[in-house]
Design a protein around this ligand. Structure first.
Ligand code: HMG
Ligand code: MG
Length: 312
């Protein structure tokens, strides 16, 4: 049996990937409360906002307000999406710790999501990367559709490797290998991760799995087996991409934590507080959360159990 990593970094993406797809406007106050709860739960990295066009993603229009009013914990990295220099300037003014450039391994998805080709996107990211370095900000790259595309279908391994290489050349600190539409299966996941690891250090690769086909936890386990030790997850399984029709949310953070806890893998995150945060945001959205473990734990212990622990 392969040795699994003893420690995993979870990047909590609920406030950004989770909420960006909500049809009804979620107030800045609710987003701030969510980020603050997640901070208290112990995440070392929270994707808190997105500086994209409000015409494209209206839900993220409150990003400046959110970043200004969250209570930051020293050492916690608050990340934001920045597709271009306009986004970078806003991120810098907002005091982001990490900016995320986001491209795609699929030409078709690149056009739909950020309105340009893969090559044009890399050209747009160049000044962002340079500016991030100049200002001492961490720089992360996300690669969508690394396992399949809603518009073009199959995505060859070499297409993923090509974008990984281009992102690596920009000097990124970390690269997210994203299953935007949640179609990947376990062996495929390992093949893509191992191919990406030929172009970029495995220690800087992260798995960003949406759970559309219910495969995300299996894909995380498969990634752990090949040594990936960074995963993205969204509290209560919130989310979906506005430009990937039918794609559901990210893997639920509570489910990932439950898995890792059972495997004896440390994360530094308090599951009880995440369950409470999941209940909080689900209540705000007026629907039951999508985390199986979260719902089971909340039912077992009741809202007061997790809620009381959290509001300190
Ligand atoms: P464009 O229309 O080609 O850009 O959009 P433009 O430069 O021609 O500008 C058009 C207008 O947008 C102008 O405003 C700009 O000021 C404004 P106007 O003059 O018409 O009033 N604009 C901006 N406003 C605020 N912030 C900015 C910004 N840039 C331009 N940064 C653009 C190109 C990239 C901006 C647009 O396509 C966009 O915002 N797309 C959003 C894409 C997005 O957020 N998708 C969801 C996140 S990615 C994701 O979820 C996948 C991920 O989770 C991984 C995975 O699961 O795969 C990361
Ligand atoms: Mg995503």
């Amino acid at each position: 049996m392969n040795t699994l990593p003893s420690h995993v970094k979870i990047v909590e993406v609920g406030p950004r990937d989770g909420l960006q797809n909500e049809k009804e406007a979620v107030s800045a106050a609710v987003k701030i409360e969510l980020v603050d709860r997640l901070t208290r739960a112990g995440f070392v990295n929270i994707e808190a906002a997105s500086f994209v066009s409000p015409k494209w993603v209206p839900q993220m229009a409150t990003s400046t307000e959110v970043m200004a009013q969250i209570t930051r914990k020293p050492g916690t990295i608050y990340s934001v999406l920045t597709p271009n220099m306009q986004g970078f300037e806003a991120a810098l003014a907002a005091g982001a710790d990490e900016v995320v450039i986001f491209g795609s391994a699929s030409e078709a998805f690149s056009q739909k999501n950020i309105n340009c080709s893969i090559a044009e996107s890399i050209a747009r990211f160049e000044p962002v990367a340079q500016a991030a370095k100049e200002h001492g900000l961490r720089l992360r790259a996300s690669i969508s559709c690394a396992f399949g595309c809603p518009y073009q279908g199959d995505v060859p391994l070499d297409a993923v490797a090509d974008v990984v290489t281009r992102m690596a050349a920009l000097g990124v600190d970390e690269i997210d290998i994203a299953d935007t539409i949640g179609v990947a299966t376990a062996r495929q996941t390992q093949a893509v991760m191992l191919r990406a690891a030929r172009e970029f250090p495995l220690s800087g690769l992260s798995g960003h799995f949406h759970d559309t086909y219910g495969q995300a936890l299996a894909n995380i386990y498969a990634s752990l087996e090949v040594g990936v030790a960074i995963f993205h997850a969204s509290v209560a399984g919130l989310g979906g991409c506005p430009y990937a029709k039918g794609a559901t949310g990210n893997v639920a953070t509570e489910d990932v934590l439950y898995l890792l806890q059972g495997l004896g893998i440390a994360t530094g995150v308090d599951l009880a507080q995440v369950v409470a945060a999941g209940q909080f945001i689900s209540q705000q959205l007026g629907r039951k959360g999508n985390s199986r473990a979260g719902n089971a734990l909340a039912a077992k212990y009741g809202t007061a159990w997790a809620g009381e622990k959290n509001t300190a």
